[in-house]
Design a protein around this ligand. Sequence first.
Ligand code: PMT
Length: 206
Amino acid sequence: VTAGPTKEYIDPVRYISNKSSGKQGYEIAKSLSKRGFDTTLILGPTNLKISEKINVIKVETAEEMFKATQKNLPADIAIFSAAVADFRVNKNEYKIKKKDNFTINLEKNVDILNYVSNHNSMRPKLVIGFAAETNEIDQNASKKLIEKNCDWIIANDVSKNDRGFNSDFNEVTIHYKNNYKKDKLLYKKKSEISEEIVDRIVSQLS
Ligand code: PMT
């Protein structure tokens, strides 16, 4: 399970990141572990206090998250709940001095989910992505399901403050590959959403 944000450093003290708390991914990892899955959580920088007996690999940048993910293949199931920066910065060695104008050049990061879902020899049996969307949520999620070659994509409305990023609550819709059926998991605690996701994983694999 990947979770949390990534940090893309501009210089030694400044970075680009996002609001992800890692909570949703951590709850999924906890639910999997409780059901007996040997679970690894690849976690970006967060304030989470990890108490459960889950193997946690802490990373900061998208590149580190990618390397940690590669090291943990093969796996039966891969779940990508991390909010990975799409771009990185060519990090300046020293703290950048104040200037009137300043341009940051961004380079594309590897799409970790895309890599895993298309790396055929190592592809997990079940590849589950998330889609964080602020508009046309189901349409955009359906597109990502196909483009990223996932088995399921979990659409997450991130336009509201009471769910999604950095909240204890969520509401999501699971889109399944080759199946017009969608499953809406109504507004509830992220721990409960996670249990419902893992229920569906267990029934798919059994
Ligand atoms: O961490 P929380 O505060 O609990 O919030 C949970 C969440 C809102 C972050 C989570 O539920 C969620 O929606 N995660 C996906 C965040 C995201 O960045 O989605 P995306 O639509 O940009 O990316 C689509 C998918 O590709 C995601 O599975 C993402 O992990 C993956 N991706 C994206 C870019 C990249 N370079 N590598 C990736 O693996």
